[in-house]
Design a protein around this ligand. Structure first.
Ligand SMILES: [Zn+2]
Length: 86
């Protein structure tokens, strides 16, 4: 697994990133003149890409909420266990 320092050096080598105005995704100007995510896509394919991105973000938020609830439940059980054992 690469450390944080190695990742920072890699990012520095890749140069500045640019956010595409069409699809909203980022890419490295050094490697691509045009956006590699959407430059070859038609308007309908672009809508699909943006929808898929939004669905992915919703899923991550859903998983985040579930993880928060699970962490809260573990914390409550831990507090109850400590209170019962003392
Ligand atoms: Zn794009």
């Amino acid at each position: 697994m690469a450390g944080l320092g190695t990742k920072l050096i890699e990012l520095n080598r890749q140069g500045p990133a640019k956010k595409c105005e069409r699809c909203g995704l980022s890419y490295f100007i050094r490697h691509h003149e045009k956006c590699p995510h959407c430059s070859d896509l038609s308007e309908s394919e672009l809508v699909e890409l943006v929808d898929a991105k939004a669905r992915g973000a919703k899923r991550v938020a859903f998983i985040g909420r579930k993880m928060f609830i699970a962490a809260a439940a573990v914390l409550i059980l831990l507090v109850l266990f400590i209170r019962l054992s003392t």
